[in-house]
Write a protein that binds this ligand. Structure first.
Ligand SMILES: [Fe+2]
Length: 307
C-alpha cells in the first residue's frame, strides 16, 4: 500500500492524493538518500511535520504566518545574536538534545558534572587569563571569587583542564550584547593548576530576560510566557581524554529557578553565593577596599572520553 501509493504519486498520477498518501509519497522519495542517518532523520521529520500539520489542520494563512516567523527569525540572526538558538531554547529543544546526549553518554552519567544549554551568547576565543585573575574589565555588580577543582569522576584532579567562562553584568547584558562593553569583559579562559584547582574573580550574575524584542520574544508574549532566566554563569570545561561539558552554575537565590524561560536548570548546578562584609577577612585581589564581596566554590567532574 505504502509503496504503491508513493509510486502513483511519483509517476505523476493526476489523481488527488489523501494526506496520508502525500506523506507516503514524500517519505518514499527520501528512501534514495545515500546517507542512512540523513535518511532516517528526514523520513521521521516528514512524518512528524505532516502529522503536526494534519493534526492542527493548518490553514493557508497560518502556514504563511509560520514562513514569515521563520524568515524573521533568520533575519534577526547575526554574528552577535542567534535567534534560532533562542527559538530552540525556548521551545525546550536545546534541553531535549542535552538530556538525550547525557542519557546515552557512556560511562559515568550521573557522576560527571551535568551539562545544560550553551545559550546564544557564547563567543569563542575569550582572553586567556592566569590563575586567580579577574574577568571584570568594566566593574559592574558585586565582586565574586570563584574557586574549585576539576576532577575525574573518581575525584582525581585534572591538571591543565580548560575553563571557558562567560557571564553577564549588573546591567544584565553579556559583553557581546553591549557595544560599549570591552569585548573581553566578564569572559576568560583559565587552566587548572597541578592540583586541579582553578580560581578567578568575576561578579555575581543577575537574572536576565532573553532578548525578547524579536520574533521569539513575540511568540513568548503571545503564549503568556515570561522571558526571564535565573542568574547563572556559563562554563565549558574540557581536558584531553575527557568529555567536555558546557554547563552553568545557578544562583540558589534566584526567583526564576523553577520557571527558566529555556528549561535549563538542573538541581546539581545550583549553588549558594556566600557574602563577605568588608573587613571580615582578607578580600581577593581586585576587590576595592570597603566593598562587600561574594565567594562561590564549585567542583567540576569530567567523565573519560569514549573510546
Ligand atoms: Fe546565560
Amino acid at each position: 500500500m505504502f509503496g504503491a501509493s508513493a509510486a502513483l504519486a511519483q509517476s505523476g498520477s493526476m489523481e488527488p492524493m489523501t494526506p496520508v498518501e502525500l506523506t507516503a509519497a514524500v517519505t518514499e522519495r527520501l528512501q534514495l538518500t545515500p546517507d542512512p542517518r540523513l535518511r532516517e532523520v528526514m523520513t521521521s521529520l516528514i512524518r512528524h511535520l505532516h502529522g503536526f500539520v494534519t493534526e492542527v489542520r493548518l490553514t493557508r494563512d497560518e502556514w504563511l504566518a509560520a514562513i514569515g516567523f521563520l524568515t524573521a527569525t533568520g533575519q534577526m540572526s547575526t554574528d552577535q545574536r542567534q535567534e534560532f538558538i533562542l527559538l530552540s531554547d525556548t521551545l525546550g529543544v536545546s534541553m531535549l538534545v542535552d538530556l538525550l546526549a547525557e542519557s546515552t553518554s557512556s560511562g559515568a552519567a550521573g557522576f560527571a558534572t551535568e551539562s545544560t544549554v550553551l545559550g546564544p551568547f557564547y563567543v569563542p576565543n575569550s582572553p586567556q587569563r592566569e590563575y586567580g585573575a579577574s574577568i571584570v574589565e568594566q566593574p559592574s555588580g558585586e565582586f565574586t571569587a570563584y574557586t574549585g577543582l576539576v576532577t575525574d569522576t573518581d575525584g582525581n584532579p585534572i591538571a591543565g583542564a580548560t575553563l571557558d567562562v562567560w557571564q553577564n553584568a549588573d546591567d544584565m547584558h553579556y559583553a557581546v550584547q553591549d557595544p560599549d562593553s570591552p569585548p573581553g569583559n566578564l569572559r576568560g579562559v583559565f587552566r587548572t593548576r597541578a592540583d586541579g584547582s582553578f580560581a578567578f574573580l568575576g561578579v555575581r550574575p543577575t537574572d536576565y530576560p532573553i532578548p525578547d524584542d524579536g520574533p521569539v520574544g513575540g511568540l513568548l508574549a503571545r503564549t503568556g510566557r515570561h522571558p526571564w532566566r535565573p542568574a547563572h554563569i556559563h562554563v565549558i570545561v574540557s581536558a584531553p581524554g575527557y568529555q567536555s561539558v558546557a554547563t552553568h552554575i545557578f544562583d540558589a537565590e534566584s526567583k526564576y529557578l523553577t520557571s527558566d524561560a529555556v528549561f535549563a536548570v538542573k538541581s546539581s548546578l545550583v549553588r549558594t553565593f556566600e557574602r563577605h562584609e568588608p573587613g571580615s577577612g582578607p578580600a581577593p585581589d581586585g576587590v576595592p577596599a570597603g566593598r562587600p564581596w561574594y565567594s562561590l566554590t564549585h567542583d567540576f567532574r569530567l567523565s573519560q572520553a569514549a573510546g
